[in-house]
Design a protein around this ligand. Structure first.
Ligand SMILES: [Zn+2]
Length: 297
């Protein structure tokens, strides 16, 4: 579950209906809101950490040969992340892994590039990451094609798995088989439904496939997502169950010839009634699933 402090913060901004969830993932610094919870670096085990700051999460893997991180976030956040890593090790960050092709997770990499890090993503991310209109994203130095890539660093193994379209076109699931840790960015949140504007590039049938393959093909005991702390294998199961139900309900409705409006007002999923923004945002998730089933990505 969320800590009380985080829940209160989310509830307060959720009350500002027109702002919806936008500040959660993009603009918190620009709005007149209570300050977000303070950054926190949490060790999962074996010098593998997750860094939560301004509602973005980066993995931090510390080894004797240097550190590896995922998703630096924006430049200010990346500078705070770099300082937090300095408290853990005197070794440099040598690998930066992009989970996917969305700029809000990726624009702060310069501080690590300047220190010599190698940037890694799936091959399908390359075009978009090279075309950042603000020119801030450091393009990947190494890309992998296909479904798997393995990084060996200081005795630790990080695997990346690409299970096809999900959120964006080139999702890599971060996986440490020995430590049984995964990070699933933007295909999984624990107990929250985001607004439609966060679902534009959410290929919902692909998200369902990705969640199924995570559960069936990876061996994990620790689950991290891209935005909210305190996820778990149980939360991932609940999320998969929600997406499975959403898929079935919308597909049945389409086969019945129901209109999108009827589905948006009629579909209820009682198993997730307690999730943040269930009432406000479930219709948006029905709409995005309807589009994915009818149209594709
Ligand atoms: Zn995101």
């Amino acid at each position: 579950m969320f800590t009380d402090k985080i829940r209160k913060w989310i509830t307060r901004i959720g009350g500002a209906a027109s702002l919806a969830l936008l500040p959660l993932f993009a603009l918190a610094d620009d709005l007149d809101l209570p300050p977000p919870p303070p950054p926190q670096m949490t060790e999962i085990l074996d010098q593998v950490y997750y860094y939560f700051d301004n509602f973005y999460i980066s993995m931090v893997v510390v080894t004797e040969e240097g550190a590896a991180i995922t998703d630096p976030g924006g430049p200010e956040r990346a500078a705070r992340l770099e300082l937090a890593i300095r408290k853990l090790t005197d070794k440099p960050v040598t690998r930066v892994i992009y989970s996917h092709d969305h700029y809000d997770h990726a624009r702060g990499g310069k501080i690590f590039k300047d220190a010599g890090a190698t940037f890694i993503s799936h091959e399908k991310c390359m075009g978009l990451l090279q075309n950042d209109p603000l020119g801030q994203v450091i393009p990947p130095d190494i890309t992998y094609d296909g479904q798997e890539y393995s990084i060996e660093l200081g005795g630790k193994t990080i695997e990346l798995r690409h299970f096809g379209p999900g959120d964006g076109h080139c999702m890599s699931i971060f996986y440490m088989p020995e430590q049984k840790i995964i990070q699933a960015v933007d295909v999984h949140l624990n107990g929250m439904l985001v607004t439609l504007d966060h679902l534009y590039s959410h290929e919902y049938v692909g998200v369902l496939n990705t969640l199924r393959r995570i559960r069936d093909e990876l061996d994990y005991e620790h689950v991290v997502n891209g935005h909210l702390p305190n996820s778990s294998p149980e939360w991932l199961d609940r999320d998969l169950e929600f997406v499975e139900t959403l898929y079935k309900e919308v597909l049945n409705g389409i086969k019945n010839g129901d209109s999108l409006d009827i589905l948006k007002s009629g579909i209820k999923i009682p198993a997730i009634e307690d999730w943040q923004f269930y009432e406000q945002n479930l219709p948006a998730h029905v709409e995005r699933m309807y589009y994915a089933i009818n149209h594709g990505g």
